[in-house]
Design a binder for this molecule. Structure first.
Ligand code: PMT
Length: 395
């Protein structure tokens, strides 16, 4: 997603500088070209060589001699940058940026930039709360192209608990991806169901399936990156929550239906990735069922078909379903599109290696109501998510 993007990382002198090492690794893994600019104080916390080795690019510092080596590089860098992130941003750097001071490599580059900046303050809680710092942050926030990330409450370097901790590298990375994504879904509300449902037959046992939520969460993450308001109705899963997404946790198919119906009115696009149990036990024992007879017969009753109900009431909305099949996928998928009144269905043959439940990849086919289809090779679920959203935006 970040291939072809040039990101400048400004590192100023704070203990949180070590977190920026991980940030470089994440950015490089996603394909970004990263240039690190360090203040002289920052070089006391982490060596330039660490950043140079990880970024694969020269590191720019204020150490005597470096200016001479790359005399106008701050101008060259500022011209090719897509974004500059400053992490950690000390009170001093924030004060310089707010007041247009350009007395070192980082602050000079900042003034020459026209791209967005992401500023991640990190400092002692009293320094952060100081009226001067707060005024500087307010001033920065009022400038075009400055995005501030709020520091966290927590244990600071001195051992004191307070507000001033830099967010974790992964959080900054997610914010960078958000800032650099095209916002073609702004103004749209996307409702997604994800994960399995659990249908209890006693307080501790239930019928379920191996869905991990990975497919649905990937779509939620991508839609949010593209500017959509995202509501994710999720069955019980244990994966990381996507940023900027409203998550509604449910257990059973009945609860999932209730939540989906609640938000459907405000929805433009509904995507059903959840593996909803088709049946639930007719009775739920109040206490744990004791082991007794050799066989246990459970009476099951049909669960509501959530997407079919929403599909029948869709009006102008786009409704997209998934079909998890092991055989005759295409004809079953086509049947489901018609029965559930869908705009298209994403068919995954869950018997194929690398597709369906649990894995990070999927192999899918989009099947349309007129019987046409588009086939994709094995892809990361995040990339499948992008293809699905692209197709929805085409519709
Ligand atoms: O979560 P992961 O581990 O990443 O796995 C992803 C996945 C395999 C769960 C996903 O890719 C997938 O295929 N989801 C749909 C699974 C499924 O239940 O398929 P289905 O063919 O039974 O249902 C068809 C459609 O109806 C689906 O959109 C489903 O959400 C919906 N449905 C089904 C039953 C029901 N009672 N209510 C529904 O809304």
């Amino acid at each position: 997603m970040l291939a072809g993007k040039t990101i400048l990382l400004g590192v100023s002198g704070g203990i949180a500088a070590y977190k920026s090492v991980e940030l470089v690794r994440l950015l490089k893994k996603e394909g970004a070209d990263v240039y690190v600019i360090m203040t002289e104080h920052a070089t006391k916390f982490v060596t330039p060589l660490t950043f140079e080795s990880l970024s694969g690019n020269p590191v720019f510092t204020d150490v005597v001699g470096e200016y001479k080596k790359y005399p106008v590089e701050h101008i060259v860098l500022s011209e090719k940058a897509d974004l500059m992130v400053v992490a950690p941003a000390t009170a001093n750097v924030i004060a310089k940026f707010a007041n247009g001071i350009a007395d070192d490599y980082l602050s000079t580059t900042n003034l020459a930039l026209t791209c967005p900046r992401l500023i991640c303050p990190a400092m002692n809680h009293n320094m952060y709360a100081h009226p001067a710092t707060q005024a500087n942050l307010k001033r920065l926030d009022s400038y075009d192209n400055y995005q501030l990330m709020e520091p966290k409450e927590g244990r600071l370097a001195t051992g004191i608990v307070g507000k001033g901790r830099m967010p974790e590298a992964i959080e900054i990375f997610n914010e960078i991806k958000y800032l650099l994504s095209p916002k073609d879904m702004l103004g749209k509300t996307v409702l997604i169901t994800a994960g399995p449902t659990r249908e209890h037959y006693d307080p501790i046992r239930f019928l379920s399936n191996p869905s991990t939520g990975k497919m649905g969460y990937a779509i939620a993450r991508k839609a949010a990156e593209r500017g959509a308001r995202v509501i994710l109705v999720s069955g019980p899963v244990s994966i990381e929550l996507p940023p900027k997404v409203k998550v509604v946790s449910v257990n059973t198919a009945i609860e999932m239906r209730e939540a989906a119906i609640k938000y459907f009115d405000e929805t433009d696009i509904f995507i059903g990735t959840a593996a909803v149990a088709d049946y639930r036990p007719k009775n739920r024992a109040a206490e744990k069922i004791k082991k007794g007879a050799d066989t246990l017969i459970l009476d099951l009753e049909k669960n509501p078909d959530i997407i079919a109900e929403l599909g029948q009431n869709k009006d102008q909305r786009i409704v997209v379903g998934f079909a998890a099949e092991t055989n005759n996928g295409f004809s079953y998928a086509l049947e489901k599109i018609k029965k559930k009144n869908l705009d298209f269905i994403v068919l995954n043959d869950v018997a194929q290696k690398g597709a369906g439940f649990g894995v990070d990849t999927n192999i899918v086919k989009f099947v349309f109501p007129d019987g046409t289809h588009e086939e994709f090779p094995l892809m990361l679920k995040e990339d499948v998510a992008t293809k699905i959203l692209d197709q929805i935006m085409k519709l």
